[in-house]
Design a protein around this ligand. Structure first.
Ligand SMILES: [Zn+2]
Length: 274
């Protein structure tokens, strides 16, 4: 019996033989959806036309017990009446967490296959593994897996205040939690200490893991944390972070990330705590 938390989706690289087949039609990094429906997957009837545009199909697993594939459609499918292309960022706001994960998986799996057609070591073509979701290079005897890049994202807390920063590329007034990629050989905790120190010069302790979120822009996994400040003097690096400050929970900046993002959730969690 599959655990309840996995019953909405269970990843697999083979069809289970369920009666129906659900399809996520994808064009580039966008999902083709029935106009205004908000429904991510389409069933067999709708795919009768889509199959003419299908360039490649890939099993994703079982969605609510039903076999689910992603179909890589050619751009000409835009002419299908009653359908529209929806980008992943819009989906983040309009579908459930589970559906967003599924759409991310669909887009990332296709992209991975497209960008790993040849072995980076010997240059020979890769082939799909029969055992798992891997691409194999037989001469080198290596398996290539979808690239997922872990990132830490943290709200540093000092009593009733939290530390937020504005990236140099963002408009004035827009603030968020601090974030950064893990370096090779680094734990999430080490990355957190390093990123906070590099970006704003602050020391932290008492790191609490709050949860994770897929962030397919293009392939991050956000690991969300709260941490306590050990020092409070801010020195922005001026490169990644243009501006940072301590904000009282009752006087947060007006332009904050949406609650659908890990950053928004961490800030909401901080506010609820204090
Ligand atoms: Zn090779």
């Amino acid at each position: 019996m599959i655990p309840e938390s996995l019953q909405h989706f269970f990843p697999a690289n083979k069809l289970s033989g369920s009666d129906d087949l659900l399809v996520i039609p994808v064009v580039g990094r966008d999902v083709l959806m029935a106009q205004g429906s908000g429904v991510l997957v389409v069933d067999k009837t709708a795919t009768d036309i889509m199959k003419f545009y299908c360039q490649r199909r890939l099993v994703l697993g079982q969605w609510q017990g039903v076999d689910c594939e992603v179909w890589d459609l050619s751009p000409e499918c835009r002419s299908m009446p009653g359908y529209e292309l929806v980008d992943l960022r819009s989906l983040l706001r309009s579908v459930s967490d589970q559906e967003f994960s599924l759409a991310s998986r669909a887009v990332q799996m296709l992209e991975w296959q497209k960008t790993h057609r040849f072995c980076g070591s010997c240059g020979e073509p890769t082939s799909c593994s029969a055992d798992d979701h891997a691409l194999r290079c037989l001469p080198c005897n290596i398996s290539l897996y979808p690239r997922i890049s872990p990132c830490i994202i943290v709200v540093v807390v000092d009593g009733e205040r939290c530390l937020l920063g504005r990236q140099a590329s963002w408009p004035e007034g827009r603030f968020s939690a601090l974030a950064g990629f893990l370096e090779a050989g680094e734990s999430a905790e080490q990355a957190l200490h390093r990123e906070v120190f590099e970006e704003v010069g602050v020391h932290v302790d008492n790191i609490r893991y709050m949860g994770s979120q897929v962030w397919p822009f293009p392939g991050q996994l956000m690991l969300g944390f709260l941490a306590d400040a050990k020092t409070t003097d801010i020195q922005v690096d001026g490169l990644e972070i243009a501006e940072a400050g301590w904000f009282h929970f009752s006087q947060l900046p007006e332009r904050l990330p949406s609650i659908q993002s890990m950053s928004g959730r961490l800030i909401a969690h901080f506010v609820n705590q204090v």
